[in-house]
Design a protein around this ligand. Sequence first.
Ligand code: PLP
Length: 384
Amino acid sequence: MYQDIVEFIRGRFGATGDERVMLHHPTFAGNEKKYLEECIDTTFVSSVGAFVDRFERDMERYTGAAKAVVCVSGTNALHMAMMLAGVERDDEVLTQALTFIATCNAISYIGAHPVFIDVDLDTMGLSPRAVERWLEENAELKDGNCRNRKTGRRVKACVPMHTFGHPVHLDELMEVCRKWNIELVEDAAESIGSLYKGRHTGTFGKVGAISFNGNKTITAGGGGMLLFQDKELGEYAKHLTTQAKVPHRWAFIHDHIGYNYRMPNINAALGCAQLEQIDGFIDSKRATAEAYARYFVSEPHGIKFMKEPEDTRSNYWLNAILMPDRESQQEFLEYTNDHGVMTRPVWELMNRLPMFEAAQNDGLANSRWLADRIVNLPSGVILS
Ligand SMILES: *Cc1c(COP(=O)(O)O)cnc(C)c1O
């Protein structure tokens, strides 16, 4: 019944016969092998080496961040980001229920508590108005700290996630955070190359975290990156992620509980080669998004295509459509996956998972509405 759509997608990605069209696949078309070989030849494949430094400098140039610091995954970049934002045990952190589990895991590693606030329908990301409404109803400013009046806990940070690469309404969110003295931490894991009013996502908050997992726009095999506007804080992050070792020619002195969160040089080599190709990757993803937008303009089967929000440039990491209801969403998933086109629903809402069932939430009307309708479509890079 969705044969027309299946044919359109298979045609777009040039799939023939038994070939399945994947949601996303890494593309290696540049200096990957060259840099990996170079890395192996130097024997510096582990936690020190030239590619680590280069990847950080290249990311600073690409994103405009004052400082970029590599991590071994996006998840531990988020863990580090929470710590650097000053989140402590028993604090509360405002975030989305409509996100990937890693956002909430990072909050939990510290012993802090997520509070789930609704998303906007146009961005699918944290809603500044919903955050403000929740704060007005539940919080107060006391001695400069934002406190939850019911639990008595400090509300320390707010973590928006740029869903599928679409930036949230950052200006409005920054304004609410400023007013309530809450730190902004961006989960920019999915939004490398996505801009809000011309500026790279992940560079608006105190800290931003990017992921280089194999399913993201560019990959380092695995890995993450912390982005900072505050160079000094970034340097401190570097220190903490490298066992907090005090530089010395031979002595092993450490001045803090540190972490071994540094991306190995061999992963950074892959990352450098991938970053060189990112403009072409994003051009391809945006061309596919445009083709989807045109295809769905008349809303066949009542399906709407999710476009980038106003004032933004999305990397369109994963294209998303909205089905008319949950029933058609399930039918569409079944039909497309049975007919050689991989599609996926959005993540189960965090408040529905056993670990976070008891967490506070604001009703999450938009999140629940979207969860019943979102389907991700194939979005891999097409090499010309
Ligand atoms: C991928 C992703 C992460 C985690 O990144 P890893 O590198 O896989 O640890 C975090 N948050 C979101 C929203 C993601 O999509």
